[in-house]
Design a binder for this molecule. Structure first.
Ligand code: HEM
Length: 474
């Protein structure tokens, strides 16, 4: 590995005057393909190693662009919050996402169109709206647990993905997906595969390429579009705000009294279905895994839930009284963040802490690497929910813990996701002992989200003796 220059930035670094520029160390990699192959071979190892070897800010060529890897929380905070106006989603992210989220998705828009959409969709994520989804979340997860049989081995990733998708269906469309469930499931699986392929191939096949794989995936997108179109038409003719996100998107008006057009409605619904289930499902998969690996923490969580909630179903009002549950969620998002990375690009040349980031360069931020940085989290590989005291959080440098990003482009579904994670975990721990199947260890696949790969998360169902849902089954 060749180093052109190496300026390791230690945590004690003082901000450098903007005028005192320092060179961004460059990993040269291969003369022809730069770091493309190394990155693709093992992305998690790559993003950790580049930090170890080149420090908090470095750059390297991937495919035909320079990527900047940033692990300095102060710079991350500048990008997310203080200078957010000049940072947008890079072209690559837009290209990948717009394939199926569409050209007007809130995830990839910027400038005035994003402002407008954000204002229109945000009310759908208002606390009182989200709180109203709590009973649905609990009901669907109870349904999932009730279908378990004591002693059987199940893929928790698959179970929780299905339940999270059902929850999104009900909360987005106020509908049991019913006959559409399989269409939506198949479509989501196919679309996820397509996105992963596009991310992994240096030169992805274009959407119009008539390969059988492409035809299948386009078919999946069209099937999902069909469901959305029908539900939107039904809602429009019904004309009632049913308190779900579909109503928000369909009936919202901008400051000029103009509603979203058909393309915009389609793109936002696609975005919310997608952003709303896989991320949460994989975060829950890792929470379940970490609890299984740390039975003492799982027992502590069980005791808290038992003491506060007893045998009745969890309610949103319980959550404030369950501090350990909140700590477990925070710790999971630190150690195994399902959204393990995101990217930004400056719209103009910018110098931060002396480092120059050229216009439109790709800036790579990794929650995974930041969460495992021992400068911020002592004993970082230990699952230690107790660390999340108020003081601990207060002392964390801004930009060092950003599982939902931060600033104006922070995750819109943050409150939704945190509530769902708590209600689901609380319900699970009331009923079952989190256990992996004998000898099973998952893989770690950093794709669209960090997930356990094709083998899933094989778990062994062990109902608690006092499980409320077991009593119901008996
Ligand atoms: C634990 C679960 C979740 C995690 C870790 C997560 C994380 C993130 C992150 C890191 C971003 C920024 C991505 C970027 O800038 O490229 C984001 C954006 C977004 N998320 Fe989430 N998310 C989660 C769940 C949800 C849910 C449940 C919804 C909706 C129901 C949602 C909707 C969105 C939307 C709409 C955006 C785009 C916001 C914008 O660009 O203005 N997310 N999420």
């Amino acid at each position: 590995m060749q180093v052109e220059s190496h300026t390791q930035s230690a945590p004690s670094d003082k901000p450098t005057e903007a005028t005192q520029e320092r060179e961004v160390p460059r990993r040269k990699g291969h003369w022809f393909w730069g770091s493309t192959i190394d990155f693709q071979n093992d992305q998690i190892a790559f993003v950790q190693n580049i930090k170890k070897e080149y420090g908090d800010v470095s750059r390297t060529r991937i495919v035909n662009s320079d990527w900047y890897f940033v692990y300095d929380p102060e710079i991350i905070h500048e990008i997310n919050v203080r200078q957010a106006k000049i940072f947008v989603k890079p072209k690559l992210a837009k290209m990948i996402w717009s394939l199926f989220l569409g050209p007007t998705s809130i995830l990839t828009q910027q400038g005035a169109p994003w402002d407008r959409q954000h204002e229109m969709i945000k009310p759908g994520f208002h606390r009182f709206r989200i709180d109203a989804y709590a009973p649905v979340m609990v009901e669907y997860i109870q349904r999932m647990v009730s279908s378990f049989k004591d002693g059987e081995v199940r893929d928790f990733r698959e179970d929780i993905n299905n339940s999270a998708l059902e929850i999104v269906g009900k909360t987005l469309f106020d509908t049991d997906m019913g006959g559409d469930t399989n269409v939506v499931f198949d479509a989501m699986h196919n679309i996820s595969e397509m996105l992963v392929e596009h991310i992994n191939l240096p030169l992805p096949t274009p959407r119009w390429w008539p390969s059988p794989g492409n035809r299948r995936k386009i078919g999946a997108i069209e099937a999902l579009e069909g469901v959305i179109t029908r539900l939107v038409a039904e809602r429009k003719s019904d004309g009632k705000d049913r308190g779900d996100l579909l109503s928000t998107v369909v009936f919202a008006k901008d400051e000029n009294g103009v509603a979203m057009n058909a393309q915009e409605v389609r793109d936002q619904m696609m975005t919310l279905i997608f952003a709303g289930h896989e991320t949460t499902a994989h975060s829950l998969t890792w929470a379940y895994y970490l609890l299984a690996k740390n039975p003492d923490k799982a027992q502590k969580l069980y005791e808290e839930v038992k003491a506060v909630v007893g045998d009745r179903p969890l309610e949103v009002a319980d959550l404030d009284k369950l501090p350990y549950l909140a700590q477990v969620v925070k710790e999971t998002l630190r150690l195994n963040p399902a959204v393990w990375t995101y990217m930004r690009a400056p719209t103009e040349d910018v110098v931060i802490k002396g480092y120059r980031f050229p216009k439109e360069c790709y800036i790579f931020i990794s929650q995974y690497v930041m969460g495992r940085d021992e400068r911020f989290h002592p004993n970082p590989l230990k699952f230690e929910p107790e660390r999340w005291t108020r003081e601990y959080e207060r002392n964390l440098p801004k930009g060092s813990y950003v599982p939902f990003a931060a600033g104006p482009r922070v995750c819109l579904g943050q409150g939704f996701a945190q509530m769902e994670m708590k209600l689901v975990l609380g319900t699970l721990i009331q009923n079952v002992v989190s256990r992996l199947a004998d000898g099973f260890e998952p893989d770690f696949m950093p794709e669209l989200s960090l997930h356990p790969g094709k083998r899933g998360l094989q778990t062994k169902v062990e109902f608690r003796a006092d499980a409320p849902l077991r009593k119901l089954q008996a």
